[in-house]
Design a protein around this ligand. Structure first.
Ligand SMILES: Cc1cc2nc3c(=O)[nH]c(=O)nc-3n(C[C@H](O)[C@H](O)[C@H](O)COP(=O)(O)OP(=O)(O)OC[C@H]3O[C@@H](n4cnc5c(N)ncnc54)[C@H](O)[C@@H]3O)c2cc1C
Ligand code: SF4
Length: 481
């Protein structure tokens, strides 16, 4: 006989970590299942390759025309991608949320177009839990980049961030925060729910199926199934199941569980980015600051260019050396050796571009995942403009050489978008599946259109909203005897 819970949540990242903890702290019996391990600040060392192994989902790629690829990065441990992210905490722009209604017809509880106002109380709550604050404590490399922005008639301003006073600006956010100053969902939510609430956390558990039973009332989610490392099949039963395995994994989990909504895995947004690096004469030590403490929002909306630049940042040496390129292609041989020798003199600008959700994830006939990306001319133009502007900024700041990376997606969104119409969306405004009763989606998959800013605060706000909706649904639904 399998165990029974009020709610089973699959995935402990920005979405799942918040939903499971909010419900558990409210007194519900919650099972949180996470494919990765439960590692904490005591385990986090700045050993790049080990962190890639311990804390990241194996890197995925999608082909681009011309032979290039997009690389997808996401976390795989308790806290999900929030354990290895840079913790920039930005609310969406009103225009971002207006795109949601335009894309999927999403309305609010009053039947009006879903708007930023519908998220504001939930942003307030999340920001309080995460102790969001402004980062005006800039290092030298930020001031170096700022001079370039100012020379071009614009400027940068401090970012908001979910880091508290314990952040010592080590710069190792992508390998896990060693001081607990970074408020991942593990630190800010899950730890408390484990200590005080009815949260049961199981790690190293990769859920491969949502259990669905056909009853008189139509298909209904009743639990989940996973395979243990030694090959045993295990199951747990819940009154509600929340899939929060991250934008790509949640779509795949729904497809592997037999859901067939035509919108599953479609409208995936990449929020594609490049790191653009300038080489300066003086030592900058961009790797020894809080990685993103300033940003330029002048081009945020599509009509103004459709990109946001953040600074100052640099990848750690292995990723830096294996991704750096210029117009001739990847650096190799002597130019690469020289670039790495000069590691302490590079300053990075992160250029993130508004895309239009032309990505997709699906299962091939062999059962393996397939990711496709189909950038349209408008998106290519924005990517080119963001690279050109970043380059001009660094040159205006005095850079002697400028290089950049290929296209990366760390903010993958969509795939199970919210909407009112079951033909064009996977879940409703509360994250509830149109196809299977008692099944919810609670992560970055929900977003009908990519945001123009880093998405985790919005994912956590939606997760908080979903947790409150589930609390009401639990109160109404009779518990099985
Ligand atoms: C390097 C990097 C830097 C970033 N920086 C920022 C930033 O500064 N600010 C910001 O707002 N956003 C940032 N992001 C993005 C942000 O972290 C993500 O958008 C957000 O965490 C996504 O939340 P999620 O719940 O959808 O998925 P995730 O947080 O990725 O969590 C999904 C979890 O589900 C688990 N999982 C997957 N499949 C299964 C399964 N079958 N069974 C069990 N568990 C499973 C995964 O292991 C993972 O732990 C960054 C991301 C990366 C990768
Ligand atoms: S910069 Fe701050 S938040 Fe990031 S790893 Fe270092 S101490 Fe933690």
């Amino acid at each position: 006989m399998s165990e029974r819970f009020d709610v089973i949540v699959v995935g402990s990242g920005a979405g799942g970590g918040v939903i499971a903890s909010e419900l558990a702290l409210g007194g519900r019996k919650v099972l949180l299942l996470e494919a990765g391990r439960h590692l904490t600040s005591a385990d986090f060392k700045r050993f790049e390759v080990k962190a890639n192994h311990d804390l990241y989902w194996p890197m995925r790629f999608a082909p681009l025309p011309g032979g290039d690829v997009v690389a997808f990065l996401s976390g795989k441990s308790v806290g999900g991608s929030t354990t290895i992210n840079t913790k920039v905490a930005l609310r969406a722009h009103e225009r971002d949320i207006a795109k949601w209604h335009a894309a999927s017809g999403l309305t609010n509880d009053d039947g009006e177009p879903f708007s930023l106002a519908d998220l504001e109380p939930f942003y307030d709550r999340v920001e309080k839990v995460l102790t969001v604050r402004e980062r005006g404590d800039w290092g030298k490399s930020v001031f170096t980049a700022q001079a370039g922005f100012r020379a071009l008639g614009t400027d940068v301003e401090p970012v908001m961030s979910y880091t508290d006073a314990k952040c010592l600006s080590y710069g190792s956010c992508l390998q896990g925060c060693p001081t607990d100053g970074g408020k991942s969902t593990m630190n800010a939510y899950i730890a408390r729910a484990l200590a005080e609430g009815g949260l049961e956390l199981r790690t190293g558990v990769q859920v491969n199926r949502i259990l669905i039973e056909g009853t008189g009332g139509g298909p209904r989610a009743t639990g989940v199934r996973w395979q243990t490392a030694d090959g045993h099949t295990q199951e747990a039963r819940g009154r509600f199941v929340v899939a929060a395995a991250g934008a790509l994994n949640t779509s795949l989990l729904l497809l592997r569980s037999g859901l067939s909504s035509p919108a599953i895995g479609r409208h995936v947004g990449l929020h594609p980015l490049r790191l653009v690096y300038g080489l300066f004469d003086e030592i900058q030590d961009s790797h020894r600051v809080y990685p993103i403490s300033a940003h330029c929002m002048q081009h945020q909306v599509d009509e103004d260019g459709g990109f946001v630049l953040e600074t100052s940042t640099i990848m750690d040496p292995v990723a830096f050396g294996t991704t750096i390129r210029d117009e001739r292609g990847p650096l190799w041989g002597q130019p690469l050796i020289e670039a790495l020798r000069a590691y302490r003199r590079w300053v990075g600008v992160l250029a993130m571009v508004n895309d239009e959700n032309h990505g997709a994830v699906s299962l091939g006939s062999d059962g393996c995942e397939q990711i496709t990306v189909d950038f349209q001319p408008r998106e290519h133009a924005r990517l080119d403009a963001a690279l050109a502007f970043s380059r001009r900024v660094l040159e205006a700041a005095g850079a002697k050489q400028v290089c950049w990376t290929g296209i990366i997606s760390t903010h993958t969104q969509g795939g199970c978008r919210m909407g009112d119409d079951p033909q064009h969306s996977v879940v409703d405004r509360n994250g509830r599946s149109h196809e299977v009763a008692n099944l919810y989606v609670g992560d970055g998959s929900l977003l009908p259109r990519t945001l123009s800013v880093n998405p985790s605060l919005t994912i956590m706000a939606l997760a908080t909203r979903l947790a409150m909706h589930l609390e009401e649904a639990l109160a109404l639904a009779p518990a099985p005897g």
